[in-house]
Design a protein around this ligand. Sequence first.
Ligand code: FES
Ligand code: FES
Length: 149
Amino acid sequence: MKLTVNEVERTFDGDKSTPLLWYVRDELGLNGTKYGCGTGLCGACTVHVDGVAVRGCLATVGDAEGAEVRTIEGLHATGDHPVQQAWREQNVPQCGFCQAGQIMQAAALLAANPNPTDQEILRGMDGNICRCGCYQRIVSAVRHASTGA
Ligand code: FES
Ligand code: FES
């Protein structure tokens, strides 16, 4: 089967039930995407499949057949996606472990809704857990990156 990862076409001939997270980390070496809970509850593994934020620990490689997968490494060539810029300006990360997932979730949220209300930001980011409790800065940075900032 074929899929595209960060704009590079890939052929996969392994077990299609392999979690997408293991494929991008172990086979492609894209280890910016993190393993947290493994059960869809933390968001550390968030990647985009056809522009939609999905949990890489639950999605399988087969789910991404023919699709465009994007990981944090492919969000922007120089790390200057508006969400990444806002993250730097707001000094969001603490330990950093959850941050790739947070950024990918925020980027998908803003692609679908470029000017969200605070309630929409809270709802959109609700499934992404931060053990360091950076939530206020996360919301502030998403607001900052939105067209309404
Ligand atoms: S590792 Fe996938 S949601 Fe936690
Ligand atoms: S910055 Fe440490 S878990 Fe979020």
